[in-house]
Design a binder for this molecule. Structure first.
Ligand code: CAO
Length: 488
């Protein structure tokens, strides 16, 4: 008992210490941490000396999962930065290389505070350091060579061929640092479109998501969730961590490529499943089937039909007339059908052969959901959630972004985090969506352009103060006057 008390008290102290230490460099946030499992804190190798000894530190104080991994972050816009921000949340040291003067184009895009980095940039580049280097300047190339030797992973999402044009070919990088992993996002993999530049919605369309999203009678639709950019960044992070793991065995780096089309298709795989099912007969769980509308050759758009075997739909809730988000998702899962019937005042449906079984219900889904909606319209979306959950009925309120931003439980877990920024003030960002029991995530603000150039060149790459002054005046790390005048 006493032992547990000590174990519980220590992480708090450590957490305080970490926050204090990092506050020197940037404004930090209280770490989001999973609670220690008392069963696991007990020594796990008792009587089994072949296992590694248990940690001497309390849970959450063993540092971070990717501590010691150095990332040469050549990413911009969204897909690449999503990847490197996740790696940075996990403790990797991310050195973001940016063009002197302008930096990542998103610093100035969708700007809401005059003169300050945009939310587009700040929300995708937390926990990173920024160094400005003109990668085409001879001195810039020399600095990059040192960085390649210094880092473990280079991540980039330039247009096809851009890295090669900078002279940073795979052959050159591999020769310079055979341990380096080179990870890229491109729009398409090898094939007819490999040279194309790609943005989010192009990937959603080419990956099969748009053709299967929206209502049957309407045009293809893109989703708000950035499955092309952020989704591919997430895939790339997985590839990088896997390559780091393999490097422990081989000692060698490798190339990692994630095409946005592939990433989207991976997320839309249930629709490729349905495409193949279609060759064996109609997709009976699609409401179109119940409505007697024949299927064509390709998977159709299915509105708000549930993607799985349990029919679902979005239903109006109390206040829908004025509140565009007063809706709930409602799933008529077969095992709790009886509870649904009782709740909506249709107990007779439990034994009625037209409603009692899932196959009998399929042709009547529209009518069933209309009837359920008569009930949901009498309750707020939160009341529906509360009532249905008591009966194990899966429902979900349609939360607006305002509601998400203000949701206390998301703040408490560190999924939505407020950080302070020297030029724009406080802003919300999305913290680490992956929670680990022994790796704390502290969310730090995004860096100012070139904020860490001097620190990295002198402290880490070994340039003397005189050399640094010479590099500065060479134009390799500062915007040239000509470019500045042009920009003005
Ligand atoms: N110093 C000097 N030059 C630099 C530099 C630096 N630090 N950083 C970038 N540049 C230069 C590049 O060398 C390149 O010049 P060249 O074309 O003369 O070789 C130029 O800046 C821009 O490169 P780009 O093609 O990557 O950028 P773009 O704005 O024309 O295209 C995008 C943007 C996103 C369409 C393209 O990068 C792309 O297709 N990327 C791959 C797919 C992708 O990630 N898409 C997602 C985008 S949203 O997340």
């Amino acid at each position: 008992m006493a032992k547990r008390k000590v174990a519980a008290a220590k992480p708090k102290k450590i957490a305080k210490r970490i926050v204090k230490k990092s506050a020197v460099r940037a404004v930090t946030n209280r770490p989001a941490q999973m609670k220690a499992d008392p069963k696991v804190t007990a020594p796990h190798n008792e009587g089994r000396p072949e296992l590694p000894p248990p940690s001497t530190k309390p849970w959450g104080a063993e540092g971070k999962a990717l501590e010691g991994v150095r990332i040469l972050d050549f990413t911009h816009v969204q897909a690449g930065p999503t990847c490197t921000q996740l790696l940075a949340y996990m403790g990797a040291d991310c050195i973001k290389v940016e063009r002197p003067g302008s930096g990542d184009i998103t610093r100035g895009q969708l700007r809401d505070v005059k003169g300050a980095d945009s939310l587009y940039f700040t929300m995708l580049n937390g926990n990173k350091r920024s160094i400005t280097i003109d990668s085409k300047h001879p001195k810039g190339k020399e600095i990059l060579e040192r960085l390649i030797k210094h880092c473990d992973v280079l991540v980039e999402n330039f247009g096809p061929g851009t890295l090669d044009r900078m002279g940073l070919t795979w052959e050159y990088i591999h020769k310079t640092n055979p341990r380096m992993i080179v990870a890229s996002v491109k729009g398409f993999g090898p094939g007819p479109y490999e040279d194309c530049k790609v943005y989010e919605n192009v990937a959603q369309c080419a990956g099969g998501a748009a053709s299967t999203t929206g209502f049957r009678e309407g045009p293809p639709l893109v989703t708000g969730a950035q499955i092309g950019d952020s989704g591919t960044g997430l895939h790339l992070a997985f590839g990088i961590v896997s390559a780091l793991y393999q490097r422990m065995r081989t000692g060698r780096g490798q190339r990692v490529l994630c095409a946005m089309q592939d990433g989207v298709l991976n997320l839309a795989r249930v629709k490729l499943r349905d495409q193949q099912r279609l060759t064996h007969g109609p997709l009976t769980e699609y409401s179109q089937h119940g409505e007697g509308i024949p299927f064509g050759k390709a998977v159709p758009r299915a509105g708000n039909d549930s993607g799985g075997g349990q029919p679902g739909w979005i239903l109006k809730c109390k206040g829908w007339e004025t509140d565009p988000d007063a809706y709930t998702y409602f799933i008529t899962q077969a095992p709790i059908w009886g509870a649904i019937c009782d709740l909506i005042g249709k107990p007779e449906w439990k034994s009625d052969p037209d409603y009692a079984t899932p196959p009998a219900r399929l042709p009547r889904l529209r009518h069933i959901f209309n009837t359920i909606e008569e009930w949901t319209k009498t309750k707020t979306k939160f009341e529906v959630m509360e009532i249905c959950n008591k009966h194990d009925i899966p429902v979900g309120p349609i939360l607006s972004m305002k509601e998400v931003a203000e949701e206390p439980s998301l703040r408490a877990t560190g999924t939505v985090v407020e950080v302070d920024h020297p030029t724009r003030g406080k802003y919300l960002t999305v913290g680490n969506p992956v929670k680990m029991s022994d790796s704390i995530t502290e969310v730090r603000r995004s860096p100012l352009l070139g904020e860490h150039t001097e620190e990295i060149l002198i402290t880490e790459l070994g340039y003397s103060a005189e050399e640094f002054a010479a590099i500065k005046s060479s134009g390799a790390i500062t915007p040239s006057e000509k470019k500045e005048t042009e920009a003005a």
